[in-house]
Each structure stands twice: as structure tokens, then as C-alpha cells.
Design a protein around this ligand. Structure first.
Ligand code: ADP
Length: 253
């Protein structure tokens, strides 16, 4: 249990008659990257909302950083941060001001120093004094991620972190996420991009029709599928092959 960052058992959630989660089970190891895959409407955001205490489940349990999301939501909130698809950056403020604001809200002692460290780490120090409205999509997303790391929460939820980014910014984002996990942070990410899961995740779970229908490492998932079928094509022998075969036979007898 000590090394488990997230433990989900028989989690259920309905919106009126719509049964979205029908008994979801999985666990996430500390310091690993876990990718939840599923098509649009599968219930990924619903699951993230429950794990981040924004929504109550109807049944089952979810333990995050050792705390029950339903009965100890305040403890859970202190251990996590959530970065959504739509960056929570204040466009009118500079990158540095955005970070200082969050550091103050979290009552950190040296907000400016915290801000500058994060700006450096996310390659934004040169743009520190520019308004966020002048940032590219990738820069904004990095600033958003930096803001969610103020106060170094051990578990990071990323809901579709690269949706809408160009390929270069996506690769940059993947690099940052990998570095965070290397530094011991647990990353729970949802994605619709299979290549993102392939690139980043230590373990992958597929949510489909309310349940986790498959989970494991990429190699384990690949083994679930039968090997590529071999196709036999009749090949006409060449005259040379016929000749050699006849000769060979004749020599044998
Ligand atoms: P995903 O993130 O995988 O796209 P969601 O968790 O957003 O899936 O949604 C799962 C299903 O629940 C969808 O069919 C969606 O329309 C529905 N849904 C989500 N939120 C609500 C809500 N507040 N009220 C009613 N239905 C909802």
C-alpha cells in the first residue's frame, strides 16, 4: 500500500439514468505515469473529477495519497493538482505574476523565488515579464503546468494535456511530464491520443462502457492481441529451382 498513490475499487457513477462508471478498478504506483485511455464520452473526466474531489461517486472507494476522496477530501486536495485541457492562466498577468499569485494563494514563504524557479524549469524565464496573452499555446500550457506545481503536490492530474497543441509543443510537453515523473511525482493523465500513452505511460488502462477493459504496460497490452497473421502466397518455382530440385533428387538416388 505504501507505494500506491491511487487505489480505485468498484467505483460507480451515474448521471440520472446514464450509467457512466460501472465498477472501475485500478491502482497507480507512486512516481509512475498512468494513462487512462477512452473514447469521447467514456467517462474519463468523470473519473478525474471524482479522484480530485470535484464530484462524489455513487459507490465504491477511491484512495488518493492514502486518503479517501469521499471522507477526507481536504487531505486529498492538499496532495494533488489538476491541470485541465483549458489552461487556467490569467491572460492579463505576466507569467511571473501568474505564478506569484498562486504561490501567495498557497501561502508559500517566498513566492517570487518559487515563481522564478518554476519559470526557469519550464523554459519560460525569458518570457517571465510578458503578459500570458502573448504566449504561444505550448508556452501557456507549460505555464499552466508550472502553476499546478506550486507547492509541489505529489500527485498530478493531467486531463488531456496536449489537446490542441502543435507537434513540437506536444513533444516539449511530454519531456516535461517525463521529467516530473523522474523526479518522483505521480502523474495520472487522460488522453485520446494513443501515441501519447505509448510515449509517456508506464501503465495504460482502457475505459470502455463503464469499466476498465484492459490494463497493463504497453508490452502487456500488445500481448493481448493475437500476433499479426501470416499470409501464405503460392509461389511458382522458377525453372532454375525445378532444374536444381530434379538434379538434386537424381543425385540422391
Ligand atoms: P470523457 O471525459 O471520457 O469524454 P465524460 O466523463 O466527460 O467522458 O462523460 C461521460 C458521459 O457522461 C458522457 O456521455 C457525458 O455526456 C455524460 N456527462 C458528463 N457530465 C455530465 C453531467 N454533469 N450531467 C449529465 N451527463 C453528463
Amino acid at each position: 500500500m505504501q507505494n500506491t498513490a491511487i487505489q480505485v475499487r468498484d467505483l460507480q457513477k451515474s448521471y440520472k439514468k446514464l450509467n457512466v462508471l460501472k465498477g472501475v478498478n485500478f491502482s497507480v504506483e507512486q512516481g509512475s505515469i498512468f494513462a487512462l485511455l477512452g473514447s469521447n464520452g467514456a467517462g474519463k473526466t468523470t473519473l478525474v473529477k471524482i479522484l480530485t474531489t470535484l464530484l462524489k461517486q455513487d459507490g465504491g472507494t477511491a484512495i488518493v495519497n492514502g486518503f479517501d476522496v469521499a471522507s477526507q477530501p481536504d487531505h486529498v486536495r492538499q496532495a494533488i493538482s489538476l491541470t485541465g485541457q483549458f489552461a487556467a492562466v490569467d491572460e492579463m498577468l505576466t507569467g511571473q505574476e501568474n505564478l506569484i499569485m498562486i504561490a501567495r494563494l498557497r501561502r508559500l514563504k517566498q513566492p517570487r523565488q518559487v515563481a522564478d524557479e518554476l519559470l526557469t524549469r519550464f523554459g519560460l524565464i525569458d518570457a517571465a515579464n510578458r503578459r500570458a496573452s502573448t504566449y504561444s499555446g505550448g508556452m501557456r500550457r507549460r505555464l499552466d503546468l508550472a502553476m499546478s506545481l506550486v507547492g509541489t503536490p505529489p500527485i498530478l492530474f493531467l486531463d488531456e494535456p496536449t489537446t490542441g497543441l502543435d507537434p513540437e509543443a506536444r513533444i516539449e510537453m511530454w519531456k516535461v511530464v517525463k521529467e516530473l515523473a523522474d523526479g518522483g511525482i505521480t502523474v495520472f493523465l487522460t488522453t485520446q491520443y494513443l501515441d501519447e500513452a505509448e510515449q509517456l505511460a508506464d501503465r495504460i488502462a482502457i475505459l470502455h462502457e463503464g469499466k476498465i477493459i484492459a490494463s497493463g504496460t504497453l508490452a502487456e497490452l500488445k500481448q493481448l492481441f493475437p500476433p499479426a497473421q501470416k499470409e501464405y502466397v503460392e509461389k511458382q518455382p522458377t525453372l532454375e529451382e525445378i532444374f536444381l530440385a530434379i538434379i538434386g533428387k537424381k543425385e540422391e538416388h
